[in-house]
Design a protein around this ligand. Structure first.
Ligand SMILES: Nc1ncnc2c1ncn2[C@@H]1O[C@H](COP(=O)(O)OP(=O)(O)OP(=O)(O)O)[C@@H](O)[C@H]1O
Ligand SMILES: [Mg+2]
Length: 176
């Protein structure tokens, strides 16, 4: 079992209304870093979202194999996805303003993510959120935690998304 890759993608294709967005993408990933390179619009985000099961319903996803840690991702129901998404496979989305909740402070979003996956008290979650903001090199985490997405810079927003993804301690992190 130890030589089984963490992620296997074989012949992954995504199409919509007759046009192909990605065709026959394939790679395997172990405990390592892998970069996907391609020009704008070539399908990098689509590939990440397909792995996460986050593509809109109207897109048609086909794959000879899409497996994470031996789990067939093409056959997962929503409850099983809920146990995997975020917790075991994290994704840092490309656009912070699209990814962050506009009506919840960023500190609360990180803390809520922590509680969703690990439970615990509100205080424990808040401390974990502040520690994570510090880990992603946010200066003055206590202040930034009280701000909303529209009150922080683009770079800070990206760090907040990274904090949200890392706080769940995923085995696989997709950084779009
Ligand atoms: N929901 C959708 N419906 C139809 N087409 C889509 C949808 N999402 C993405 N596409 C198309 O799929 C193609 C790949 O887009 P994608 O966002 O994956 O590219 P990318 O490689 O991430 O680009 P970038 O480097 O600019 O982030 C593009 O032509 C895009 O217009
Ligand atoms: Mg993209």
């Amino acid at each position: 079992m130890t030589d089984q890759p963490l992620l296997s993608v074989r012949d992954l294709s995504v199409s919509v209304a007759g046009s192909t967005l990605i065709r026959d993408v394939g790679f395997t990933l172990g405990r390592e870093r892998l970069g996907l390179v391609g020009e704008s619009g070539s399908g990098k985000s689509t590939t990440g979202r397909a792995i996460m099961g986050l593509l809109p319903r109207e897109l048609n996803v086909r794959a000879a194999e899409l497996a994470f840690d031996g789990i067939d991702l093409t056959a997962l129901n929503e409850p099983r996805w809920a146990g995997l998404r975020g917790r075991r496979i994290g994704m840092i989305l490309q656009d912070p303003l699209q990814a962050l909740n506009p009506v919840m402070t960023v500190g609360r979003q990180i803390a809520e993510t922590y509680r969703t996956h690990f439970g615990g008290s509100a205080n424990t979650a808040r401390d974990a959120a502040l520690a994570m903001l510090e880990r992603v090199h946010i200066r003055d985490p206590a202040r930034v935690a009280t701000l909303y997405a529209h009150q922080i810079s683009g770079g800070m927003g990206q760090r907040v998304m990274i904090a949200c993804a890392l706080i769940a301690e995923p085995d696989l992190l997709i950084a779009d």
